[in-house]
Every structure is written in structure tokens, then in C-alpha cells.
Design a protein around this ligand. Structure first.
Ligand SMILES: [Zn+2]
Ligand SMILES: [Zn+2]
Length: 656
């Protein structure tokens, strides 16, 4: 047998006999790697560990914690689940079982409904099958052979899939014991490599997603390379359920939807309205410091304006139908931009007036299909933290940098530690077609944006060919405290619209010039951002955002009058305080306040009412001792004024 050279990623070369498998190479390196490896790349192509290598090759080995390895584990576990279901229910028909982010599912056709007990039974069977150490073998067959194999097994769905494949193609199959499945692979080479998995839930799903087809039963599951990684993931699923903004929104009485108002049209309850108000105060404060001017614009507008702006041409399916007002078509506005352009144009401008920054928490209405509506994340009425900056080319970079810094400031205030920015650029081939035909302006603005991002110290990724029609843009993604991803907002440069609207200014030489326009909305919409904040904070808002900042709890009726005085004094200072003077025991009042996630509890009894003090309990921090009312106000005002983040319960994964 001939010898071949295997080159590893560190460029070391090892010699083996032809026919060596990636698993055997791993075995020769060390027992730890031999156990942990799940898949390999041979000359850059993903292969099973029992793939035979016959020529000099490069080899990369992946353990289950790499993206390649994890996907292979997920896929292999989906097959293991199908095998287990088939063993337990020989009548079942199997369909498809793809991987999804951090998980997999498989759809089955079976009379019996999968219950929680059945899921446990399947999981148990999977453990048994995994431990058998079944070898997983790939083989290739013609489509007609495959039809034959699955036909005999009565797997009609598989036959249907194969019949749609080009008959000249060969098909790869994976077999473990007597269970075969169609699959492109790769897979782990032995079921003993599948250890740390969990079946999560079931749901109904139509075959091929078509409601005219039969309803199948779907099982979701997941697998990880280590016990700790699986535990961490299960913990984050539980935590995400607890933090679901729809659930917390109801429990904390933040917002509601009403059938008679209409789907996708949220009603802010008093507690939610407090958060809206505080966010607007934050935006106004930073916009004032940033030299913005506030404007206000109507919700209704003539169709002619949207013809000019191009919305009716490009965006009509997201707009509500026109209404006839005295014979003229009017629309509810889907965006604030055209109105701000009109405000710019209301008076002649000179270079001395620029930059002009017009800000508004403008309410817009967008048509979302009812199936797309989702809590606060996808709604039909939205209030945007909108602003448009009109500036000269010389001013552009500084303006853009200031917007980036505003984002960073907000991330700091909200404790957003993980974010990413994507800079979408034009592509030269599409100029005049997909992109405004201004080649120099594109290159120039892209360069300024890039420089601003670098100077601002922001990490970003560049994506060519994804810009908006009228200029480069930045998309911002943020991650909540438990790692859930949200799209926050875009920040766009616009060099098409200002000329469409005849916006201009007179420059130093008396010439008329067109300004550049930046659209920005760092806090996105109230709806989406508050949805994000609810999940990010898990409902434990920092004091400045908290709907109720403190509750006063008298130890008994006798101290009600003093408690009322405390409430009044704090309210007079602008604090959001309430009284709980119900006849319940103090312990149950404290529990109630904890359920409502109120930041401070002020307990008052004999001593406090005699001394003019309060006994303070802070959420997650416990007893802070007795303070005079003035001392307490000072603590509160400091925390609010500096918009301090609440000291939160440890949300990191606990491993036992
Ligand atoms: Zn597969
Ligand atoms: Zn805009």
C-alpha cells in the first residue's frame, strides 16, 4: 500500500498508509481529540470521520464545539431521533429533519399524538441507541435504487422527495443498524459520539409547509458537545421564556392589544407610558446636546408628497390605502422623511445655517401582514426616534461620527455590551440601476462613513452590494443580556432625495448647492426598543425607567397616615411612588412588591413614624438600613439622574 502525506492546519505533515480515515489521524494525535472530533475537512471539503483518504491531502479536524462540528452533531442527532421513533412506532412515516440555529427538528406522520411522556420515551430510546455504538455508514445509490429501498420500507414521503431529484444524480444515504435516511451529510461516524442531547417540544407542521397537505407532527431537539454547553443552552431557553416581552408586558401591565382597536396597534398602559416618556426624555436630552431642533408633523398627508418622495412607487404595499378627503387622496404616513424635507425647504438656507438637524418622535403607520405581527416587535403603528441631518460635504464626516457616538452612549446607558454594525456599500456594476448613478459621491461618502466608524472606535463589517438605492447605510444589531439578537435601526446616507425635493443652500460664493441628508434613528421605534428592553432587563428596569420606583409599606393601619405623608413628599419631588396599605402581613406585601419588580420598598412602623425616617429594602440588594427622607431622596435622585443600571441578579449561566 502506498504512503500518503497528511498536512494539518499548523502545516505539520504526517505520513499514513493510503486509505487512512480522519478518525485514525485523530487517534494518532491523542485520545482527547480522538473522542472529541466529530467531522473533518479533507482538502477543504467536509467529510465523515470514516471517509477514506487515498491521496496526499490537507486535513482539518473539528470538535463538536466548532460551528462545523456542532452542525454535524445536530444533524446526526436528528437521524438518531428518527431511528428511535421508528423503533418505538414501526408504522411511522419519516419525512425531513433539518438543522436550525442551535437545534434540529424532524417531521413525522403518525396517528398517535406525541405527548410529553412520549418525548421522554423517545429520548430514552435515543440514549439506548447511542450507547450501542452503531457505526454510521455513508453510501451512494442511484435514484432508482433509492426509490426501491424507501418504497419497500413504505416511506412514501422519502419516495416523493427522491422522485423530484434529477434521475441521473446519485444520492447519498446514511445507515445506522437497519435505519437508513437520505442525506447529503456529513455525519458523525458512530452513534456513541452523540451524548448530550434533549428533546424540547412538539408542534404541528404541514408537509412541505403547504396547508393543503397533511398535518405532520414535528419534534424539536438540540445537542451539544458537552454537558455544560447543553445546560447553558437549556437555561437560556428557560430564561428567554421567562423574559418574553409579551408575557412580561402583560404581567407588568405595560401594554395591551384590543380586538376592537385592531391587531398590531398597541395600547400603552400607564406603566408602559412611563417608559415611553422616559425614553423620549433621554432622546430629547441627547439631541438637545447634539444640536438638534425638535419638529412636529401631521399623521396625514396628500398622496402628491409620496409621489414626489417615491414612496408610492416603491413602498405602496407597506402603506395603508388612500382615503378621499374633499376629492383629494390622503395617506397616513409610513415615514417622516418627506415632512422633514418640507420643513427644511420652508425657508431659504445659507451655508451658515448648516448643519440642520431635525428630530421628532414621529408616529408612522405601516402595513404588516397579520401573520407577520408579533407582540411589540412587529406592529402597524410605530413611533420612531427619527431625525434628518442636512449638511455640506465638508460637514458630513463629523455629523456621521456624532451619530455613531450617540449610539455608543445609548449602548452604555442600557448596558448593551454586544452589538455589531454592518456597513452596506454599493456595487459599481449596479450603478444607474439598483443604485443612484453618482459614482464619485458613492465612493466619497462610503469613505467618510468608514473613516467615521474607525475614528469612533466602532467594530463593523463591510458588505458590498447591500446599500439602499440612495446611499450607503449602517445596520445595527444588538444582543440582549441573555444573548438574544435584535435589529435595532439603520443609519442611512441619502444623496438622492434632497435634489428631488429641491433642497438647497447658498454657499460662500453665492452658489446654490444641494445638501447631503443623513437619516438616523438610534433608538429605533418605541415599540421594538421597549420590546427589546423588557427582554434585556427581564422586566427589572433601572430606576430611571421603572414605572413604579418605590412602594411604601406601613407595618399596620396605625402607620397609614405617616405612610401617606412619605408618599406625598416623594411624589412632590417627582418620584413615582405608590402606597400599599392593605391589611396584609408585611411579608406578603414584600412578596407582592417583588412580583411587581419594584426597585425600592420603604417600610414604616413605630420607630420610622416617630423619627421621620424610612426603612429601605432594595430589590436584589436587600436591607439598606434606616434613612431620613431627605437622605433617601438623595440616593434616589443620584441613581435616576445618572441613569444608573440596576444591580441585577446574576443572569450568567449557573453550572452546578
Ligand atoms: Zn443527515
Ligand atoms: Zn428618513
Amino acid at each position: 500500500m502506498k504512503e500518503i502525506n497528511i498536512t494539518l492546519p499548523d502545516n505539520s505533515v504526517r505520513t499514513f498508509l493510503s486509505g487512512v480515515t480522519p478518525q485514525q489521524v485523530a487517534d494518532s494525535i491523542g485520545s482527547g481529540l480522538a473522542r472529541a472530533v466529530v467531522v473533518a475537512k479533507v482538502n477543504g471539503v467536509l467529510r465523515d470521520l470514516n471517509h477514506k483518504i487515498n491521496e496526499n491531502s490537507s486535513l482539518e479536524l473539528f470538535t463538536g464545539d466548532s460551528p462545523e462540528g456542532h452542525d454535524t452533531l445536530l444533524h446526526s442527532t436528528a437521524h438518531l431521533m428518527a431511528q428511535a421513533v421508528k423503533e418505538l412506532y414501526p408504522d411511522v412515516k419519516i419525512t425531513i429533519g433539518p438543522t436550525i440555529e442551535n437545534g434540529f427538528y424532524y417531521d413525522f406522520d403518525l396517528e398517535q399524538t406525541f405527548s410529553d411522556e412520549i418525548l421522554e420515551k423517545i429520548e430514552h430510546k435515543m440514549k439506548e441507541l447511542a450507547k450501542l455504538g452503531q457505526e454510521i455508514i455513508r453510501h451512494e445509490v442511484s435514484t432508482s435504487e433509492a426509490v426501491n429501498i424507501f418504497g419497500k420500507l413504505g416511506e412514501t414521503y422519502k419516495v416523493e422527495i427522491i422522485k423530484q431529484i434529477n434521475p441521473d444524480d446519485t444520492i447519498s444515504m446514511y445507515k445506522q443498524s437497519n435505519f437508513s435516511d437520505l442525506c447529503r451529510g456529513p455525519h458523525v461516524s458512530n452513534t456513541s459520539k452523540i451524548k448530550h442531547f434533549k428533546l424540547l417540544s412538539t408542534s404541528g407542521a404541514y408537509w412541505r409547509g403547504d396547508e393543503n397537505n397533511k398535518m405532520l407532527q414535528r419534534i424539536y431537539g438540540t445537542v451539544f458537545s458537552t454537558k455544560d454547553a447543553l445546560k447553558a443552552h437549556l437555561y437560556s431557553i428557560e430564561e428567554a421564556k421567562k423574559r418574553d416581552h409579551r408575557k412580561l408586558g402583560k404581567e407588568l401591565k405595560l401594554f395591551t392589544f384590543d380586538e376592537e382597536v385592531g391587531p398590531g396597534l398597541p395600547l400603552w398602559l400607564p406603566n408602559g407610558a412611563v417608559i415611553v416618556e422616559e425614553l423620549e426624555n433621554l432622546a430629547k436630552e441627547y439631541e438637545r446636546m447634539g444640536g438638534y431642533d425638535l419638529v412636529r408633523t401631521p399623521h396625514l398627508t396628500k398622496g402628491a408628497l409620496y409621489e414626489k418622495s417615491g414612496h408610492l412607487e416603491h413602498y405602496e404595499e407597506s402603506m395603508y390605502p388612500a382615503m378621499d378627503v374633499d376629492g383629494t387622496e390622503y395617506y397616513v404616513k409610513p415615514m417622516n422623511c418627506p415632512h422633514h424635507h418640507k420643513i427644511y425647504a420652508a425657508f431659504p438656507k445659507s451655508y451658515r445655517d448648516l448643519p440642520i438637524r431635525l428630530a421628532e418622535y414621529g408616529t408612522c403607520y405601516r402595513y404588516e401582514k397579520s401573520g407577520q405581527l408579533f407582540g411589540l416587535m412587529r406592529v402597524r403603528s410605530l413611533q420612531m426616534n427619527d431625525a434628518h441631518i442636512y449638511c455640506t460635504r465638508e460637514q458630513f464626516k463629523g455629523e456621521f461620527l456624532a451619530v455613531c457616538n450617540m449610539y455608543l452612549k445609548y449602548f452604555e446607558i442600557f448596558g448593551i455590551e454586544k452589538y455589531s454594525m454592518r456597513l452596506s456599500l454599493h456595487s459599481a456594476e449596479e450603478l444607474g440601476n439598483k443604485y443612484v448613478n453618482e459614482p464619485e459621491l458613492w465612493l466619497e461618502t462610503e469613505k467618510w462613513v468608514r473613516e467615521a466608524l474607525i475614528e469612533g472606535g466602532l467594530d463593523f463589517e463591510e458588505v458590498p452590494g447591500e446599500a439602499a438605492f440612495y446611499g450607503p447605510k449602517i445596520d445595527v444589531q444588538v444582543w440582549s443580556a441573555i444573548g438574544k439578537e435584535f435589529t435595532l435601526a439603520t443609519n442611512q446616507v441619502d444623496f438622492a432625495v434632497p435634489s428631488k425635493f429641491n433642497l438647497n443652500y447658498i454657499d460662500e460664493d453665492g452658489e446654490s448647492k444641494t445638501p447631503l441628508c443623513i437619516h438616523r434613528a438610534p433608538l429605533g421605534t418605541h415599540e421594538r426598543f421597549i420590546g427589546f428592553l423588557i427582554e434585556h432587563f427581564g422586566g427589572d428596569f433601572p430606576l430611571w425607567l421603572a414605572p413604579v420606583q418605590a412602594v411604601v409599606l406601613p407595618l399596620s393601619d396605625k402607620f397609614s397616615d405617616y405612610a401617606k405623608l412619605v408618599v406625598k413628599s416623594l411624589k412632590d419631588d417627582g418620584l413615582r411612588v405608590k402606597l400599599n396599605d392593605r391589611a396584609d402581613k408585611i411579608g406578603s406585601k414584600i412578596r407582592q412588591a417583588e412580583l411587581e419588580k419594584i426597585n425600592y420598598m420603604l417600610i414604616v412602623g413605630e420607630k420610622e413614624s416617630a423619627d421621620g425616617t424610612v426603612s429601605i429594602r432594595k430589590r436584589f440588594e436587600g436591607d439598606l438600613g434606616v434613612k431620613t427622607l431627605d437622605q433617601y431622596k438623595e440616593i434616589l435622585n443620584d441613581e435616576i439622574k445618572n441613569r444608573r443600571l440596576a444591580h441585577r441578579k446574576e443572569t450568567a449561566t449557573e453550572t452546578e
